[in-house]
Write a new protein. Sequence first.
Length: 297
Amino acid sequence: IEALKVNTTLAVAELLECVCHINDSYNIAELLVANTTLTELVLTGNELRDHDCEYIADALKINNILTSLCLRINEIDDDGVECLADMLLVNTTLVALDLSYNLFKSVELLAHALNVNTTLTELCLGGNKLERESIQCIAKMLKVNTMLDLIELGDTSIDGDGMNYIVGALKVNNTLTSIDLQENPIGDNAGMKHFTEMLKMNTTLIEIDLRDIELGEAVPSYIIEAFEVNSTLQFIYLGHHLDLYSAVDAIGLDNAITIESLCERNRQLEMPCIHRRIVDIVIAMSSHLPPYVILEI
């Protein structure tokens, strides 16, 4: 950390599983104030707590260089998130913030800050068991926020009511291109039907992750129906729990292909291969390809 305070070339620093203590987080804060080149800081798995967040957040009120901060897999609770929310009211350079897999349940102040912040485009909150009020605040924020491009809400305890809040926001949001809702207890056909009805209206979403959600038997047909109307959605990740046969039947057996054959077709069409999570079942659409169910072999 002392070396990074005077380093004038390094742009990315990854301090993984270092188990930071108070002095370490204070030094990290001093680093953020002094360093003029660091644009990405990864602090995954360092047992960071609320007081550590306070030091880092205060530094980021001054720092105008850092664009990406990863605080994934730490021990940050509600007070720490409040400090980061306060920072986002004044910071004008941070573009990506990853708070996945911490201990907080409330993000109401964070959501309110994003009603004001005009620079953050990626927010990851996955793995935190959020209260229903927080889900509602996130949905309200998404109705007015015009900067977020990606939001990850996987495994955040979104139930059927929470899904309805999110659906209402996505009906009016016109900037979000990627949303992760995996591993949430959404629960029934009705909630997913509302979601797929939203897809008929939304014109910006490109990627949706619905892995490990208990989808009802009718959901594949809802998705195909939405695909017939939506011209922008490219990837829906459904995961291994889906009834393969019902999904394949809904689209047509001729369109069931393997990852390898899709990648070969992509090479022939000079398209990039599926860029991530290809071990999942994917329903894909693009201007070059019809909808496909892509099966792992």
